[in-house]
Design a protein around this ligand. Sequence first.
Ligand code: GLV
Ligand code: MN
Ligand code: MN
Ligand code: MN
Length: 416
Amino acid sequence: MSNTASGKNLRINGERLWQSLMEMAKIGATEKGGVCRLALTDLDRQGRDLFVRWCKEAGCTVSVDRMGNIFARRPGRDNSLPPIGTGSHLDSQPTGGKFDGVYGVLAGLEVIRTLNDMNYETAAPVEVVVWTNEEGSRFAPAMVASGVFAGVFDEEYGLTRKDLDGKTMGEELQRIGYAGDLPVGGRKFGAFFEAHIEQGPILEAEQKTIGIVQGAQGQRWYEITMTGQEAHAGPTPMRRRKDALLGASRIVHEVNRIGLAHQPYACATVGLMQVSPNSRNTIPGKVFFTVDFRHPDDATLSKMDAELRACASRIAEEIGLQLQLEQIWYSPPVAFDKACVSAVQSGAETLGYENMPIISGAGHDSCYIARVAPTAMVFVPCADGISHNEVESATPRDIAAGCNVLLQAMIARANA
Ligand code: GLV
Ligand code: MN
Ligand code: MN
Ligand code: MN
């Protein structure tokens, strides 16, 4: 029954993978063709349930850890070997697309379905993983459950992350039935691979089908609260005001300036802001907002940090505001494992796909998994480099190509 050939002739079923992606995209589908499936909502549960059903139909054993990470396992010839893992996330941004995360999960499932079709037995087992709350959109920070898995955060920290309504990840995991009983982490992978859309414009511009991901840039996330004084918009003279929104907007401008000052790589974003009391004829007394800084070089990221702190203090002082600035997350730049990167490269070469090395601009669960397992990623292009947007799109051809590369890399490592 076992097929012991090298597996180089195996090809995934692109049509089946595409259909599965479109089926999953119905869960939380938005009018503009995107997806809203925030972490640990009822829609996230529906997505997880569908994934688990498909995995069981493919003969996998499914288990869930206490952070809600799901592991679907296909046995190998020697089940004492650590599995070769792959996977990504099923949660999305509030106005997300059909591919960010989901592609990496369903590409993993497609690898298993293909191995089944071909009756191909790998030496090591193969596992597909869904990591909980990669996006960090409902519960900050991003990659929190893969972070607990990798020992970056402790479990208590992970389970007590709160959304803006004060609900914790722990409560929401219980509510949707995905607070599993496996301990988090300590599970060895022989190697880990993640397929993902690039989420940027480089592969498309260079007309390459496959990005061989060498590593990922570092990130620092901040939460800033500026407090001034609420007062009437009519009787309060301009010079007497302590307008918290004025302070926040000046920081937004500085954040952009800092990003531009560290080109070609820096990225600097204010993506969330809450103004209180948010009334048109009251001077804003309090503003809460976030900053997201990224750079592939850690020293530059530190410089950006120092610049933000300096300008925020100066602005707060000039307007007479109280400043609370907290770095809530730091994820250093990551270099992926050389042998895994070359397994991805060989897969792309074997299949004859145009490819190039690339550094990930986005954060991925693999950035943390790289601390506990040899890890690499496969990127495919997305239209106009747009992601975190409902119009996010990728071609069936590229989606299939990335999955074929994933299959080759996984087979090579599973039989190594
Ligand atoms: C999440 O998708 C991130 O990269 O910020
Ligand atoms: Mn993603
Ligand atoms: Mn994302
Ligand atoms: Mn991401």
